[in-house]
Write a protein that binds this ligand. Structure first.
Ligand code: GAR
Length: 324
């Protein structure tokens, strides 16, 4: 029987009604949702959303921020999130400015929903500002949280048409419908990005093509990366998406030979596999559809493989550049 995929553990922080939290929570009831909600936390013990979460059997935590230093309150929340074993934090109407220390702890793993089409209208009163500007659309954005308010990389957006006669309240209510669709979808995509071949290919492509004198060329239907001229270039990496019955998505790179290849596959079977056909000539598969991929390690493999086939004139340039 196939192993049930483990679900990413998410803590949700709220300050108010928690309708986005509810949307996230009910989406997680779908058996195929890639995340589960392990905690709903708040800075307000009276936040309405806490009651709902409790009734749905989700652990809750609240600690008022009044009279506390910002950093001390963040630390209390952080401790509760960690105690719940959460891997991600989803801010859902959590109306607190976060300390850079707290943000740094969750870098790349904390998301927020904001009621505007960022980068427009960071901060408060987003709907009033969209109306005052005469915009045709408002909307919502889900982004990664960075130390700068409402400024991190945008993961997804949904626009909402402004209707003549809209007030900030009527627009806000409609934007909520959009938020409730957007947030669970984007959170699901984000936590499962390691299983998404398009996301993995984009990462590999960026690293491979950052090496000198490289270009992409499809080989037997798979994306490949070559060094040298279009005419005489040689492949140094291939992207493999579940080839020949394997469940691995990864990149094939050149090892020093069969001994090294066999040793890698034997000693770290979660990380390396011997690919069909290419394995016979010393190429190893570096598995990418697993959590915690070290992208520096992937970069090092790509560079090593690139060096193995690149013309001397090109590697020499790289060595000279490395000296500076
Ligand atoms: C949502 O509209 C969310 O986008 C907004 O607060 C509301 C919370 O509603 N967040 C921000 O303004 C953050 N800067 P909810 O409690 O019903 O989910």
């Amino acid at each position: 029987m196939a192993k049930a995929p483990s679900r990413a553990k998410v803590a949700i922080l709220i300050s108010g009604s928690g309708t986005n939290m509810a949307a996230l929570l009910y989406a997680a009831k779908h058996p195929e949702c890639p995340y589960e909600v392990v905690l709903v936390g708040s800075n307000d013990p009276a936040a309405a959303g806490l009651q709902l979460a409790k009734a749905e059997g989700i652990a809750t935590f609240a600690h008022p921020h009044k009279g506390m230093e910002r950093a001390a309150h963040d630390a209390v929340m952080d401790e509760a999130i960690r105690a719940a074993d959460a891997e991600y934090v989803a801010l859902a109407g959590y109306m607190r400015i976060l300390t850079p220390e707290f943000v740094a702890q969750w870098e790349g793993r904390m998301l927020n929903i904001h009621p505007s089409l960022l980068p427009k209208y960071k901060g408060l009163h987003t709907h009033e500002r969209a109306l005052a500007a005469g915009d045709s659309h408002g909307g919502a954005s889900v982004h990664l949280v960075t130390a700068e308010l409402d400024d991190g990389p945008i993961l997804g957006q949904m626009s909402v048409a402004i209707i003549p006669g809209d007030s900030a309240d009527t627009l806000a209510a409609r934007v909520k419908f959009a938020e409730h669709q957007l947030y669970p979808t984007i959170l699901s995509d984000y936590v499962s990005r390691y299983d998404n071949p398009d996301w993995l290919l984009a990462k590999v492509e960026a690293l491979a093509l950052a090496l000198p004198e490289t270009h992409a060329r499809t080989s037997h239907g798979s994306p490949g990366f070559r060094v040298g001229s279009e005419k005489t270039g040689k492949y140094f990496a291939y992207f493999a998406d579940q080839h020949h019955g394997s469940d691995a998505i990864g990149v094939l790179v050149k090892t020093g030979g069969m001994d090294e290849l066999e040793t890698l596959c034997e000693q770290q079977p979660d990380m390396y596999w011997k690919p069909a056909f290419y394995g016979a000539s010393g190429w190893v598969g570096l598995r990418l559809n697993r959590p915690g991929v070290d992208w520096d390690h992937v970069r090092e493999w790509l560079e090593r493989s690139w060096r193995a086939v690149a013309p001397k004139s090109v590697t020499k340039l790289m060595d000279v550049a490395a000296e500076f």
